[in-house]
Design a protein around this ligand. Structure first.
Ligand code: KG4
Ligand code: ZN
Length: 337
């Protein structure tokens, strides 16, 4: 039995978790900083780092307590080392190095995006591989072919704004609060997804990369008028806002689903998994599930608690890295990308 303590501080969630053998989640504590950043309309890196410093100790203690663990029960310390805000990453990495040294436990450095890619496997036995993984978050829109925990091939990635970033920016254009994804989803429930025909950027016919900056600009000009960046929002009714939000959401979800199916054709697998913060979106979860069912593909979405940033996914992937001897030295550094 290998018990891993996972630490995640790459962005604006301070998180710690205890996971046994990569799948049995004993605790999963997430302290979201959303309330600290909301009034600025996005994550302020300096505020994020300071909150991690203040909160991480308490979050770690709670994760150990909920798992009924002491230092002697922990076998491995796993931490998000990249990518993310470097000042935020540094807090988690420093804490992990200190614990690894003080407790004499091996240290494992985990890639946050690969952890999202593998998050659909937590609590799933046997793991759902091989699969195409669509990972959509605030910083990434990526497609992976996951053959196993140690064999993850990137098929496509973000060329500009990530899907979550586009949700956040479009929400700001529509005068909605941060974080924008849940807000767009909320107001879209009263909107008509066919009201505005926003562009679906597919790039080259064989491309598996994503580009959402075009649709972001299209929403901006739709709200304010061609070439204008202000003055239009006041003229919109709540119904207009709902219609624009629903049409935007439908266009983004459409592109995500079509590219995922493209990736399935390319990779020749019959399984699709979904993860990352935007995977919390019901329209995406249900739309991708329906498209997979139509094609007789097996579909598995990570549970919501493992979609948004969390440390269970770090501890889970950290376990598999530890088993194959992929441990780190104490001179390792946080890495922005
Ligand atoms: O994975 P995550 O917690 O952090 C990153 O690694 O970026 O993802 C956060 C992103 C934000 O952009 C947020 O707006 C988006 O996920 N998000 C959503 C929803 N819930 C969160 N986007 C669309 N619909 C949602 N329900
Ligand atoms: Zn994330």
């Amino acid at each position: 039995m290998t018990t891993v303590l996972g630490i995640e501080t790459s962005c604006d969630e301070t998180a710690a978790a205890v996971v046994v053998d990569g799948t049995d989640v004993r605790s999963n504590v997430v302290a979201s900083q959303v309330d600290l950043h909301r009034k600025y309309g996005g994550v302020v890196p300096e505020i994020a780092s300071r909150a991690h410093i203040e909160w991480l100790d308490g979050v770690l203690r709670q994760a150990l307590e909920e798992a009924a663990c002491g230092r002697d029960d922990i076998n491995v310390i796993a931490v998000t080392q990249k990518p993310g805000l470097v000042g935020s990453l540094l807090i988690g990495v420093t804490m992990a190095k200190a614990l690894s040294w003080a407790w004499s436990k091996p240290l494992v450095c985990v890639d946050h995006v690969l952890a999202h890619a593998c998050s659909a496997a937590i609590e799933v036995l046997p793991p759902p591989w091989p699969a195409v993984a669509l990972i959509v978050s605030g910083g990434h829109s990526s497609l992976y072919l996951v053959r196993d925990f140690d064999s993850v091939e990137r098929l496509g990635f973000t060329t500009d704004d990530a899907a979550g970033e586009a949700f956040d920016k479009v929400a700001a254009v529509l005068g909605l609060a941060y974080p924008g994804g849940p807000e767009i989803e909320r107001v879209s429930r009263h909107g008509d997804p066919k009201a505005v025909d926003f562009p679906r950027t597919m790039l080259a016919p064989d491309s598996l990369d994503f580009s959402f900056s075009g649709i972001k600009t299209a929403v901006l000009y739709h709200v304010h008028g061609p070439g204008k960046t202000s003055g239009g929002l006041e003229k919109l009714t709540p119904q207009d806002v709902a219609d624009i939000a629903a049409s935007f959401q439908a266009a983004v979800v459409d592109v995500l689903i079509r590219k995922t199916l493209r990736a399935v054709d390319r990779a020749g697998v019959d399984r699709v998994v979904l993860g990352g913060g935007v995977a919390a979106n019901t329209c995406l979860r249900e739309g991708l599930a329906a498209s997979c069912a139509e094609r007789r593909l097996t579909f598995h979405a990570a549970p919501l608690r493992y979609c948004l940033d969390n440390a269970a996914m770090i501890a889970a992937l950290g376990y598999h890295q530890f088993v194959r001897g992929d441990t780190a030295d104490w001179d390792v550094d946080a890495q922005a990308d």
